[in-house]
Design a binder for this molecule. Structure first.
Ligand code: AKG
Ligand code: FE2
Length: 463
């Protein structure tokens, strides 16, 4: 393949190596990530120690006088040179307050800044889980202030970056310039904080080994909060703090028992549903909560139940359950709903309940019957209630069933019973031996209602 002269054979890897190096050279790195966050009355205040007093500044409504007072409360900012803290106004001219002398209500987690840093600067999708942002100090750059080119001193081997939040004050100059590997970029903080119609803070996060410089502030005051950013391990469960969970994996035993149940040919022979009334109640905003999304907010053993079902290859979903007891017939309808629906209580008067039910839930409703029992409604799916009971089902009339005492009076979001529903395949598809499958038939058992009236062992009555 080679046209080179004999003795000057080009090795087979030479071209691929070159290709790789060229591609690597083109790899461009983001030098910093920025954004703005709106201030609101909960996040806009700064409290600081002034001479013999504590002062407050509201950055939604800040005056020149507030800023000049804040500037007077500051110490001259030092910097590190040859491992010594030095003051040198030809290199850094700015005021600072150490984190022990002020409190800010602006929180980089709550405002979404840490998530942005994680996703944009670190390219991490696991938002906010492994970054610590440690408040370092507050700086005031008045007219004539600047900070010449430097890198930020690492405070530990897990420190990867610096975060600067620029509070919304009117100023000119003070842009932040980055230089890294021959590239230069400028972040104009003054323009960014005045780019929105309402007060917004600007933030910029960068890897602290990237050289950066604050250009001279020409007018006004540039006020910043600086944070050191660290990689941290995701939080571990606390050891022996307060109540200690029982030894061993409580789910292991449960899982093997559930598997045993699935191995029985007469347990939902044609398939059906397992349902668990969850131990916790979950906040539902009737007008907006998407019930399926509650799956990602499950608490305590409720999460474990879901994981256990999934480990046994049972598809799970989260439902509301509602029992309709028609006046005109004796067949009760046990409905699983994907959304909160008004007007279900009127259905017991309607003639064709099923039709009406599907219409008002826009088809997002599964009609089931308690198994073992007799299927009264065509198409109703057998459901085994593994946790919970008849009284809980009947009690689940949505709004009536939540604690009357909260720590605050609110009516838009309420606590509701939620059901974890696991889909059980027909016995022949569950992967157990075929010989058993032949014996699997729907049993002729008590009626659905007789079964509904039976109290389950683990029924806990609600007050
Ligand atoms: O205020 C800024 O934009 C950067 C400040 C800075 O580089 C520092 O405090 O080390
Ligand atoms: Fe810096």
């Amino acid at each position: 393949m080679s046209t080179a002269t004999p003795g000057l054979q080009i090795p087979a890897w030479a071209v691929p190596l070159l290709n790789f190096k060229q591609a690597l050279n083109k790899l461009q790195e983001l030098q910093y990530c920025t954004g703005t966050v709106p201030l609101n009355p909960e996040s806009s205040k700064l409290f600081y120690e002034g001479p013999n007093t504590v002062r407050v500044i509201d950055f939604m409504n800040v005056t020149e006088e507030d800023l000049s007072r804040l500037s007077l409360a500051c110490q001259p900012a030092s910097f590190g040179r040859d491992q010594q803290d030095v003051y040198d106004e030809t290199y850094r001219k700015a005021g600072k307050l150490d984190a022990t002398h002020f409190v800010t209500a602006l929180n980089p987690w709550a405002s979404g800044i840490v998530d942005t840093v994680n996703q944009v600067l670190l390219g991490n999708r696991d938002a906010g889980k492994s970054i610590k942002a440690e408040l370092y100090n507050l700086n005031v750059y008045g007219p004539g202030s600047f900070f010449k080119s430097h890198v930020d001193t690492p405070h530990g081997d897990n420190m990867f970056g610096s975060l600067v939040i620029v509070l919304p004050t009117k100023h000119e100059g003070g842009s932040l310039v980055f230089r890294h590997e021959g590239q230069e970029s400028v972040f104009d903080t003054a323009a960014t904080v005045s780019s929105e119609r309402t007060p917004h803070a600007a933030f910029v996060a960068f890897f602290s080994d990237v050289e950066h410089e604050v250009l001279e502030v020409k007018s006004g005051y540039r006020v910043t909060l600086t944070y050191n950013l660290y990689f941290v391990d995701p939080p571990k469960p606390p050891a022996n703090l307060g109540v200690v969970p029982a030894e061993g994996d409580p789910m292991l035993n449960l899982k093997s028992k559930l598997l045993k149940l699935l191995e029985i040919p007469t347990m939902l022979p044609q398939g059906g549903l397992f349902a668990f009334r969850l131990k916790h109640k979950y906040p539902i905003t009737p007008s907006s909560t998407i019930i399926s999304e509650v799956a990602s907010r499950l608490k305590g053993t409720d999460v474990m139940l879901k994981e256990m079902c999934e480990e046994l290859s049972l598809d799970t979903s989260i439902k509301l359950m509602y029992l309709i007891e028609p006046e005109l017939s004796d067949s009760k309808l046990l409905c699983l709903l994907d959304c909160y629906v008004d007007g279900l209580e009127d259905l017991d008067q309607v003639e064709d309940i099923k039709q009406e039910l599907l219409a008002i839930t826009q088809g997002q409703c599964t009609i089931t019957y308690l198994y073992p029992g007799r299927r009264r409604e065509r198409g109703a799916i057998p459901l085994v209630l593994l946790q919970g009971s008849k009284s809980a089902v009947e009690g689940n009339m949505f709004t009536t069933k939540y604690m009357a005492y909260g720590n605050e009076a609110r009516v838009d979001t309420i606590y509701n019973d939620i059901y974890l529903v696991a889909k059980v395949k027909p016995f022949k598809d569950r992967g157990f031996s075929d010989s058993e499958a032949e014996t699997a038939e729907e049993p002729e058992e008590a009626t659905a209602e007789e079964d509904l009236d039976e109290e389950s062992e683990n029924d806990t009555e609600e007050e």
